[in-house]
Design a protein around this ligand. Structure first.
Ligand code: PLP
Length: 286
């Protein structure tokens, strides 16, 4: 089965999709992206993804090439064109770059953004991984100070992620100085003495869609939750640590830098949150 992608107005097999070498996405990483999970052909939290996309575009002064309705139609078309008999759930990747222009750091005027969408099967954590939890390592967050932009320029994230990949671990959890920020491609929550803690939104973290859902569920279900700076000491003495993202959903971290987190098993609050998250997904496809 061939993957059908969308490029600047056309649907075509992925092998046939081409971009000019002077695309600023290729030359400068000058573009933004979104990853939207779809369950049973329905995008999850589409409006939140499109709001975050607009934020990223605004920060880079790229004009949004499409209206909300056009994005919804494009995404629906991508889902329809990439059916998978083995998996009804897809991950829709969309990317916008500033467009093609002679190489010059300053933003060129009047160029047309490049729009690209592709679909892959959505692979969420296996039952085994949910039951065992995952291993993570920590590192200093040495990325730039615009982490709220969902930029395609992800080399900082890739270098940090590789530190965990090198030892077969799942994620690299990041600290800026003495404070938790996020992980290389996830947000982070910790549980300490029954209280759920996570850092507030800022330019130092990506405003995760899953992060928002987890906070929403926690508040609706009367978890004790504090959205405030979280110190390194709180992370290393946490009873539970969770990582969240659209594809990882909510995953328990059971080993950090080679030491068990809490009793080394996914915690009680994690199990409750994951069950509530799965229920929320069923009820809130939009
Ligand atoms: C750096 C970073 N933080 C957090 C997230 C989680 O965001 P979301 O829940 O919207 O997938 C991601 C997702 O890719 C990410 O790359």
């Amino acid at each position: 089965m061939t993957d059908i992608v969308y490029l600047n107005g056309d649907f075509l097999p992925i092998e046939e999709a081409r971009i000019p070498v002077l695309d600023r996405g290729f030359i400068f990483g000058d573009g933004v992206y979104e990853v939207i999970p779809t369950y049973q052909a329905r995008p999850f939290r589409l409006s939140a993804h499109l709001i975050r996309l607009q934020h990223s575009l605004d920060r880079l002064r790229i004009t949004n090439p499409h209206s909300t309705e056009q994005w919804s139609e494009l995404i629906a078309a991508m889902i329809a064109k990439n059916p998978n008999p083995h998996n009804p759930n897809q991950s829709i990747y969309l990317q916008i770059t500033r467009g093609v222009a002679k190489r010059d750091h300053a933003y060129p005027s009047n160029i047309t953004p490049t729009v690209f969408l592709m679909s892959s099967p959505l692979v969420t954590p296996s039952a085994d991984l949910i039951a065992s939890g995952v291993r993570c390592v920590t590192a200093q967050d040495n990325r730039w100070l615009n982490c709220d932009i969902k930029s395609i320029a992800l080399l900082g994230n890739c270098m940090l992620r590789q530190q965990s990949a090198d030892i077969g671990a799942t994620e690299t959890i990041l600290f800026r100085g003495d404070e938790l920020t996020e992980a290389s491609s996830s947000n982070v929550f910790v549980v300490k003495d029954g209280v759920l803690l996570t850092p507030p939104k800022s330019n130092l973290i990506l405003s995760g869609i899953t992060y928002d859902v987890v906070i929403e569920i926690a508040r609706a279900r009367e978890f004790q939750i504090e959205v405030r700076p979280v110190s390194t000491a709180e992370v290393f003495s946490a009873d539970e640590i969770w990582i969240t993202s659209s594809t990882k959903e909510v995953l328990a971290v059971t080993e950090l830098d080679g030491k068990p987190v809490g009793d080394g098993q996914p915690g009680f609050l994690f199990k409750r949150m994951l069950a509530l998250y799965q229920q929320f997904k069923q009820e809130h496809a939009d």
